[in-house]
Design a protein. Structure first.
Length: 344
């Protein structure tokens, strides 16, 4: 729900003020009509008409003309009332009230003009009231001057207060405008930084997704490389040859065991041939892994043949004390294939 603007608040206050003034004027009109006081009836009829016109103007957002009509209604009541039912005190009171009513709705320049008009009306009304009251001619000027001067002093004080309030209000409005401008600037900065942060988050997310894809591709490539590093080739229906090339590190040895056991189980292999011709050297862990593979193959019903054993490799296997009696050794792959063909 949006907050009402300053103009809307002013209009609302004016409507409320005119509403109560018009209501009081109409009540007075009917009371004096019942009493048969035609002068009072005429006075409140004019006042009610002016206030009704002011209310109509306020409905159409013409606030300044409406304020002037409100003041004119009060001053007309002062003039007419001085002939019949207003005393000197009530003339001063209504005149001051007419100024107070317009204080929140006009600027200092317009208020000064209204105060001048109200002071002239008060002098005329006071003089008329003194004549009706049959005040002595020598006393009348003094009382007119004193009464009009008191009203003028009060008007001057009201005008000074209005100027100070107007200055304070203008300073407050300027501060509020500066604050709203600062708030708008801050909101724009926050919006810009939020947009930049969202873009940065999207970029980071895109990079994370890209890195995840790359990591998956790398894992697949590593799996492919591991599979290629331990090629397992069938040479007969129940025979597999595993040509090993390069150094056998811990990862390759682990892959070697996994791949060989999986193929022995799935293909019902009877003869497993391990070709280490391309292996530059064997350490203790590699020798134990080959023995482990041989024992596992034997348990799965396959015999193991080791080919390509060089003298230095044979010496190393003997020196580490491995029991290789479960592994048969041949000179080369051709000899093994020939033997398998002869026995098949």
């Amino acid at each position: 729900m949006s907050q009402p603007t300053e103009q809307e608040l002013v209009t609302k206050r004016l409507k409320t003020t005119v509403y109560w003034l018009l209501g009081g004027s109409l009540i007075s009109l009917f009371l004096y009509l019942f009493m048969g006081d035609l002068v009072a009836v005429a006075s409140f009829t004019v006042t009610s008409g002016l206030l009704a016109t002011a209310f109509w103007l306020i409905q159409r957002q013409y606030n300044q003309p409406a304020v002037v009509l409100m003041n004119m209604a009060a001053l007309s009541l002062v003039i007419v009332g001085s002939f019949r039912f207003f005393t000197l005190l009530s003339i001063a009171t209504v005149t001051i009230i007419s100024i107070v009513l317009v204080l929140p709705f006009v600027d200092s320049k317009r208020l000064l003009g209204i105060c001048g008009l109200a002071w002239v009306v008060s002098i005329v009304s006071i003089t008329n009231r003194l004549r009706i009251d049959q005040v002595a001619g020598s006393e009348m000027p003094v009382r007119v001057i004193l009464n009009s001067l008191s009203i003028l002093i009060i008007m001057g004080l009201l005008w000074q207060i209005h100027r100070q309030l107007t200055t304070s209000l203008q300073a407050s409005n300027s501060a509020n405008q500066a604050l709203r401008a600062s708030q708008q600037s801050l909101e724009q900065q926050i919006e810009q930084r939020t947009s930049a942060l969202q873009r940065a988050l999207r970029d980071v997310q895109a990079q994370a997704d890209s890195q995840a894809v790359l990591a998956q591709q790398l894992a697949e490539q590593q799996t492919t490389i591991r599979n290629l590093s331990v090629p397992i080739l069938p040479i007969t229906q129940h025979s597999l040859v595993v040509p090993l090339v390069g150094a056998l590190d811990a990862e390759r040895l682990s892959t070697l065991v996994e791949q060989i056991l999986a193929n022995l189980k799935s293909q019902r292999t009877r003869n497993l041939i391990l070709d280490i011709t391309g292996v530059p050297t064997l350490d203790r862990d590699a020798g134990r892994t080959l023995l482990k593979v041989s024992n596992a193959a034997r348990l799965l019903g396959a015999s193991t043949t080791l080919i390509g054993v060089r003298p230095d490799v044979a010496e190393m296997l003997v020196s580490i004390g491995l029991d290789l009696r479960s592994i048969r050794s041949e000179k080369d792959l051709q000899s093994v294939v020939y033997s398998l063909v002869q026995t098949s």
